[in-house]
Every structure is written in C-alpha cells, then in structure tokens.
Write a protein that binds this ligand. Structure first.
Ligand code: ASP
Length: 434
C-alpha cells in the first residue's frame, strides 16, 4: 500500500493547492511577470502533451474497439443509446439549473452600482464572443451533419477541434476492417492495437508530470484573475458570490441526483466508488478547463479503473467530450436567467422552456476547450431576447466556473459510459489505485 501522499490524485491535489497559494503570493507580492514567464509555460507544455496524443488515441482505440465489436448492428445500437442518454442527462441538468436560479434569484441580489461597474469593465470583451456565436447561428440546420464528414483525411486529423470527424474516420476504418477477410485485415489491426498500447503507456508518462503541470496551470489562472491587485479580484468574487454559488449548487445537485440515479438504474456502482476510481481525470478537467485535453486521461481511467470495455469507451468518450456537456448547459441556464434578473427582465415560462432547448444546442455546439461555454451563451441570450452585452456581468468569474463545470462535463461522460457498458454487458470490475 502506497503512502497517501504518493497516490496520484493526492499529488495532483497538492499541486493544485500549491499552485493556488503560489498564484496568490505572486499577485500580492507583484511577481505576476515571473509567474507568467517562467511558470505558466510548464502548464502549457503539460496541456499540449495531452492534446498531442488525443487524436492518435481516438483513432487507435476506436479502430480496435470497432473491430472487436465485430458487428455493425451493435455499434449503431450503442450509438443511439449513447446519444439518447446524453440528451436526457443534459435536459435534467438544465432543468436543475433553472430551478436553482429561480429559487435563489442571484440576479436580484446584484447592487445597481456593481452592475454598472461590471458593464463598464467587461463590456469591451463581449464583442468578439458575439461574433463567434453569430457564425454558429447563421449555419444551416443540417450543417452539423455536414461537419462530421471530412473531405480530407489530413486536414481532419490535423485539428483537435475536429474530434467528431476523427471519430467518423476511425469508425469507417473499423467497419471496413471487419468487412474484409480476417487474415487480410490482421496486419493493420495489429498496428492499431500496438499504437493503442503505446499511447496508453505515454498517458502514464504524462500523468507522472501531472502534479507539476497542474501547479503551473493553477498559478497561471490565479495570476490571470487577480493580476497585481488581489483585493479587486476578491471584491469581484464577493459581488458575484451569490451567482457563483447558484451555479455550484446546481452542479452539485446534478451530480448527486442525476448521476447517482443513473447508476441506480444502469449499474450497481456507488457514486463514491465511481469518483474514487476516476478522480485524477476530474481533477485534470478542473485544472485544464478542457474536456478535450483531458480525454486521454478520462479514457484511461474509465477503461482501467471503472472497468468499461474499450468497445464502449472508445466511442462514448470522444463523442461525449465534444457534444455532452451537462455542466456547461446547467451553467448556461443559470447565467442566462441571472443576466435577465440583473437587467430587470422577467422571463416567462415559455422563455424558460426556450432556455432548455437552446442551452441543449449551445452545449452540444460548445467545443471542449476553455471558455467555449460562455461564447455559446450568446445563442441562449438571443433566443430569449436578453441583451448579449449582459455577458459582461459574469465574464470576470467565468474562468473559475469553467473549471468546475468542466469537471462535471467529464464526470457526465464517464458516468454515461458506465451506463452504456452495463446495458451492453461490457462492464467489468472496479479497480482502485493502491
Ligand atoms: N471548458 C468546457 C469544457 O471543456 C466548455 C465550457 O466552456 O463550458 O468542457
């Protein structure tokens, strides 16, 4: 048995806490330049390493997964089930967000002078975000299907934002392989199997550096937030504390209610055991604010520790990292209503229902990268006719909430992969780190 502080998740937590402390000290002592120039790069390298292996990992493990399924009917059944459960959990997330924000009414607690000063400080930053969301709005309704099918293999695999295109290519390759005689495809399958093993080993190597990477990421986030003026950051947090609390309460309720019900229905797994098995992935999601960058670790944990067969995880997780964002959708519901409340706008029941629909679409459309959720929030606000400029009110604390909602997004993907694996009889035993 390892000493507690030698276990990976504790080391990551220690890295997180030390990073937080270092960030605060740098802000208070005016060392932000040092932290930005000499500490932040280690965090960037860590995230880049994870991103680097994401695409080869998806291809290798999905090809291996599909070829071992040996049956395309099973694949489409699994696909349908996955999307259905993803949609259901997202709808619950938004509903919980709406209930919490309507009960707590954080927007009414925002003093008028704070509203003015927030609009003044962050108003200029909103514009770029509006443009990005506008592009999404102007697309044709079926554009998302067109986007899944790449026209060029190299182009598709050269951009981490094209995750669904890569999934498509790997599935196509896998289906091709199970439709030719076994001995003819064997050599290629062997290549992918070997590649898969190698990448899983590389994930292990990268994870050894996780505590240092997380330290650097955390220090950089704090320095970004606080700059050289810690008191200003604290004032901001205090002003928006009620709103932040509403988002956090919503997220906690979602995890406790929806995921434990999911486990009750679809597996006998306990929520506590589930978290014990996947915690490094959740912690990494929190530190990187990116579901996409965390994907390699999520896959490793879900397979090795939760016992989900690769046939399921290799499909459910990359798709989830792109389209399933329960944390983001819940946050969008709370944020939209908060902004409306703060601007003195009453939302009707119909408008609140519109939020359910648009926040589902907005979270599907949000990429698994930092800050994607707030860009897509524009779509929700426009649908309920709340001025997009209101985003300025919440921009200052968004990075913190992004960390928490990303951790929930990852939890959701892992939970659904357990449920799908259970229904397909592809769920093995739990395994904890010693
Ligand atoms: N950062 C989130 C994610 O990667 C997306 C968001 O901004 O809500 O899952």
């Amino acid at each position: 048995m390892k000493k507690w502080y030698k276990r990976l998740h504790w080391q990551i937590i220690i890295g997180l806490v030390l990073g937080l402390v270092w960030g605060l000290i740098s802000s208070a002592a005016g060392w932000t330049d040092f932290t930005t120039s000499y500490i932040r790069p280690f965090g960037t390298i860590f995230v880049d390493l994870l991103k680097l292996i994401a695409i080869p990992l998806i291809v290798a493990s999905l090809v291996v997964g599909v070829t071992s399924l040996n049956d395309t009917a099973k694949l489409s059944r699994m696909g349908g089930k996955t999307i259905l459960i993803y949609m259901i959990t997202t709808t619950f997330a938004i509903t919980i967000g709406l209930v919490v924000v309507n009960v707590m009414q954080p927007g009414l607690a925002l003093p008028e002078e704070t509203r003015f000063s927030l609009m003044e400080s962050y108003g200029g930053d909103v514009e770029g975000r509006g443009e990005a969301a506008q592009e999404v709005l102007e697309r044709s309704p079926l554009q998302f299907m067109v986007d899944i099918v790449p026209e060029n293999l190299i182009e598709a695999t050269s951009d981490n934002a094209n995750m669904l295109q890569v999934v498509f290519i790997a599935i196509l390759l896998g289906i091709g392989l199970i439709n030719i005689p076994v001995q003819e495809g064997r050599a290629l399958i062997n290549v992918f199997e070997a590649l898969n093993e190698v990448i899983i080993k590389i994930v292990d190597f990268i994870m050894k550096t996780a505590p240092y990477g997380v330290f650097a990421l955390m220090a950089a986030v704090i320095v970004d937030l606080a700059g050289d003026d810690l008191t200003q950051a604290l004032t901001l947090l205090r002003a928006l504390g009620w709103y932040c609390l509403a988002v956090v309460i919503g997220l906690v309720l979602h995890v406790l209610i929806v995921y434990s019900s999911l486990f009750k229905i679809f597996s006998k797994m306990k929520l506590r055991d589930f978290f014990r098995a996947i915690q490094p992935a959740v912690l990494l999601g929190f530190s990187t604010s990116s579901s996409a960058a965390t994907l390699p670790v999520t896959m490793e944990r879900v397979e090795k520790n939760l016992g989900v067969n690769e046939e399921v995880s290799s499909f459910v997780l990359p798709v989830g990292a792109t389209i399933n964002m329960d944390g983001t959708s819940l946050y969008q519901a709370v944020a939209a209503v908060f902004i409306a409340q703060a601007l003195g706008l009453d939302l009707t029941i119909a408008e609140q229902l519109t939020i359910v629909l648009t926040a589902t679409l907005a979270s599907i459309g949000a990429a698994g990268v930092p800050g994607a959720g707030i860009i897509m929030l524009v779509i929700v606000l426009q649908a309920i006719q709340v001025p997009v400029e209101g985003i300025a009110l919440i921009l200052g604390v968004d990075r913190i909430l992004d960390m928490i909602r990303t951790a929930v997004n990852i939890t959701g993907d892992a939970a659904v992969s357990v449920a799908v694996a259970y229904t397909e009889d592809l769920l093995g035993d739990l395994h904890f780190d010693d």
